[in-house]
Design a binder for this molecule. Structure first.
Ligand code: SAH
Ligand code: SF4
Ligand code: F3S
Length: 444
């Protein structure tokens, strides 16, 4: 009898990818994924530590599974609770103390050891297990084959980060930067394409700094990798995230012009529009560097849609610094953005800086910034009205008779379309635009 696995994922796309790979591992042990925790034999919680609320939320949500587990025990069955991800890595001791009913705790670089750990539990060699090592041999070398879970898939090409931005936990939770070899990535992309993937998102914490080995053991770069992936039949759309502004080469910019499968969409976080703050963040570019890259990208691909991340209320950020962020947003204009209040993370240099900004000020600045970003987002969507565009139909819509997909600019579109069109790219005329979604009809 197959067992059931329920996975809940928090955080970034890398965590979504890791969750899919943990499901791949568990499939080899006879577990099938389910979308409710009720009937599950195993629950995996894949956690995120990027901001305070992220980890607090996890502790409160985990609490829900304690009674479920106890009820199961009374029935003489077990429910194995696994917690993975960045919270475990960052706070392993604290974590094991606070969540006593968790059976297995794993870091982002050790989840390939899940089968061994399960076996130990089953042989009653241990009551609870934790593994937060950074192994010398990459987990990628021992993961089982993957498969698509729909038309859009993530593929991790690089992991970890050596940049140490002063606010960020990622270098501590994910470890040192590692680029997977080109051949491994292309092999995984082929399997994904063969099992239904059309839209491929290449992932890395610093994805445009990918420098894996090519077939000859020589260091390669992202433009060559993307060109290799673009050769694969079935892959229609290629995107990559997250890029670091000063790691772009001219070849990478040119691929936006030369490779039609590369989507005209790029997430390029700037964080702040003040050079003083960027320096304190240990971001190694200036606003002028950033704008120069944007200019080149727009010269190569004039319709490219840009998105960004912003942090408001970084320590010592003055009103003037913040005003410079607003000015930068007005100059560059973004199709979509993510913005956050600065959150001091334990152990990061910024958390120890003196002039921390009051929550209320962080909040006011965030509100003002988000209003401007939303205005730009809505304006970008508005421009699509009455236009025709390609839409890759990915999933069922909420309303009957509709499917949901994305434009090449990553806008959500609800399309009136029969089920038979699911997974296909269709020409759509946009008939309605709202702040965050578009609606449209297929044109023949
Ligand atoms: N590697 C990516 C970002 C990864 S984290 C990059 O360099 O851009 C995703 C986003 O979370 C960051 O871009 C940043 O805007 C936000 N973030 C990270 N740490 C944060 C913190 N301590 N407080 C608030 N936001 C933070
Ligand atoms: Fe964090 Fe900076 Fe690395 Fe991005 S580049 S993951 S923000 S340390
Ligand atoms: Fe969160 Fe870890 Fe990603 S902290 S944002 S899940 S790398």
């Amino acid at each position: 009898m197959t067992k059931k696995l329920f996975v809940k994922t928090f955080g970034c796309q890398m965590n979504v990818y890791d969750s899919a790979r943990m499901a791949d591992i568990m499939r080899t042990l006879g577990y099938e994924q389910t979308d409710t925790p009720d009937a599950a034999d195993m629950i995996i919680f894949n956690t995120c530590h990027i901001r305070e609320k992220a980890s607090e939320k996890i502790f409160s949500e985990l609490g829900v599974f304690k009674p479920l587990k106890e009820a199961r025990r009374k029935e003489g069955r077990d429910l194995i609770l696994v917690v993975a991800g960045c919270v475990v890595q960052a706070e392993s001791d604290e974590f094991m103390k606070r969540a006593k009913f968790v059976d297995i705790a794993l870091g982002p670089q050790t989840y390939h050891r899940l089968p061994e750990m399960l076996a130990k539990l089953e042989r009653k060699k241990a009551k609870r297990l934790i593994d937060v090592e950074f192994p010398a041999v990459s987990k990628f070398d021992s993961l089982p084959e993957t498969r698509s879970n729909g038309v859009s898939s993530f593929l991790a090409i690089q992991e970890g980060c050596d940049r140490f931005c002063s606010y960020c936990v990622v270098p501590y939770t994910r470890g040192a930067e590692y680029s997977r070899p080109l051949a491994d990535i292309v092999a995984e992309a082929r399997v994904l394409a063969e099992t239904g993937t059309k839209d491929l998102m290449l992932l890395g914490q610093n994805v445009n700094a990918w420098h894996g080995e090519d077939e000859n053991g020589k260091e390669s770069d992202l433009s060559r990798l993307v060109a290799a992936v673009a050769e694969i039949d079935g892959i229609e759309r290629i995107r990559y995230v997250t890029s670091y502004p000063s790691d772009f080469t001219d070849d990478m910019i040119a691929m936006h012009r030369d490779i039609p499968k590369v989507m005209p969409y790029l997430h390029l976080p700037i964080q702040s529009g003040s050079d003083v703050i960027l320096k304190k963040m240990n971001r190694r570019y200036t606003t002028a560097d950033y704008e120069r890259v944007v200019e080149k990208l727009r010269a190569a691909r004039p319709d490219i849609a840009l998105s960004s991340d912003f942090i408001t209320g970084f320590p010592e950020e003055t009103d003037e610094d913040f005003r410079q962020t607003l000015d930068l947003v007005r100059r560059v204009t973004f199709a979509q953005s993510y913005s956050f209040k600065y959150s001091p993370r334990p152990g990061t240099p910024a958390a120890a800086m003196k002039n921390q900004i009051p929550e209320s000020v962080k909040g006011e600045r965030l509100e003002e910034l988000q209003a401007l970003l939303l205005e730009q987002h809505a304006a970008f969507n508005m421009r699509m009205l009455n236009r025709e565009t390609d839409v890759l139909l990915e999933a069922d819509g909420h309303r009957a008779g509709t499917l949901i997909g994305h434009t090449p600019y990553m806008q959500n579109v609800v399309v009136r379309a029969p089920q038979s069109e699911k997974g296909k790219t269709v020409r759509v005329k946009i008939t309605k635009t709202a702040a965050t979604t578009l609606e449209g009809d297929i044109v023949s």
